[in-house]
Ligand binder design. Structure first.
Ligand code: SF4
Ligand code: SF4
Ligand code: SF4
Length: 282
């Protein structure tokens, strides 16, 4: 099956945040957003940015990031998405101990919230600092959350053959969805057009990073100008977890089970040998 991807053209984005709202609405991520007159709410305070809300959360899987750049005495306002990049070399999948996070057959990283134990390993490992979690104060249960590529059970747009909610809603068509190869071709065309217009640093982010991302950005400047990590890497601890610590854990677990089994057999044999002479005396 051909892998799918979202292409985000940062140069067409108007930062209207329609995608943010659509993501929340479709995925039923209701959240208490205080109004400016509500002085109780943290978000009612001016914190020096038009970004709203100020950060991702278990109820906010997509947020538009605004970056102000001073270039030759002129202020440029750059916009980017902040959401899961759906990495091929996904650190979160590497460290997830029970397969809650997994690669969907179409390439992106889906997850099954029901089996999440809230261990938080994915939060520590993600090179883009994306997953968030909260703990239920009554039950003590924690769950991680992030963009599911619109594949949440019961709300699965992809299996229905639809585009993700954020893509569907984007007014200037800054978001596209389709076969990953097609999205890369379209993205490269856009980058070449930008370079021809004098944006010499225009760049297609996600074509090669982390084995290939499934959310690809067409940028008019270097990734670091947008606050994106240049050459992001899976942390060494995540690789060690997958290749060394987890297999050792499985071996130790298997040895423990074998040991318990042997212990049971030896104890049973000893018990039987104590009982046999007594039966003979009868
Ligand atoms: S809906 Fe489109 S234009 Fe609006 S913020 Fe999202 S990507 Fe940008
Ligand atoms: S961006 Fe982070 S959470 Fe998303 S797939 Fe990559 S490592 Fe996982
Ligand atoms: S793909 Fe779906 S879940 Fe992910 S950011 Fe877009 S609307 Fe939200």
């Amino acid at each position: 099956m051909a892998e799918k991807a979202i292409l985000y053209d940062a140069t067409k984005c108007t930062a209207c945040r329609g995608c943010q709202a659509a993501c929340k609405q479709w995925n039923e991520n209701d959240e208490y957003i205080p109004t400016p007159s509500d002085r109780e709410g943290v978000q009612a305070e001016n914190w020096g940015s038009y970004e709203n809300p100020p950060d991702l959360s278990p109820q906010t899987w997509l947020k538009m990031r605004f970056t102000e750049v001073d270039k030759n005495g002129k202020v440029r306002w750059l916009f980017t998405r902040q959401a899961c990049m759906h990495c091929t070399d996904a650190a979160c999948v590497n460290v997830c101990p029970n397969g809650t996070l997994y690669h969907h057959e179409l390439g992106f990283v889906a997850y099954n919230k029901d089996t999440c134990t809230g261990c938080g390993y994915c939060i520590d490992a993600c090179p883009f600092q994306i997953p968030r979690s909260t703990r239920n104060l009554l039950t003590g249960i924690a769950k991680a959350d992030k963009c599911t590529f619109c594949t949440t059970a019961g709300l699965d747009r992809i299996s229905a053959g639809w585009e993700p909610a954020c893509v569907k809603t984007c007014p200037p068509k800054a978001l596209q969805y389709g076969d990953r190869e097609t999205m890369i071709t379209e993205g490269m065309k856009r980058v070449q057009t930008l370079r021809a217009k004098g944006y010499n640093n225009a760049y297609l982010y996600g074509e090669k990073e982390l084995g290939g991302l499934h959310v690809i950005y067409a940028l008019e400047d270097d990734p670091q100008v947008y606050g994106l990590p240049v050459n992001p890497q899976v942390p060494a601890t995540a690789i060690a977890w997958k290749k060394v610590i987890q297999p050792i854990g499985w071996v130790l677990g298997a040895l423990t089970i074998v040991g318990l089994g042997l212990n049971f057999l030896i104890a049973r044999k000893a018990k039987m040998s104590r009982e046999l002479p007594a039966k003979k005396e009868k």
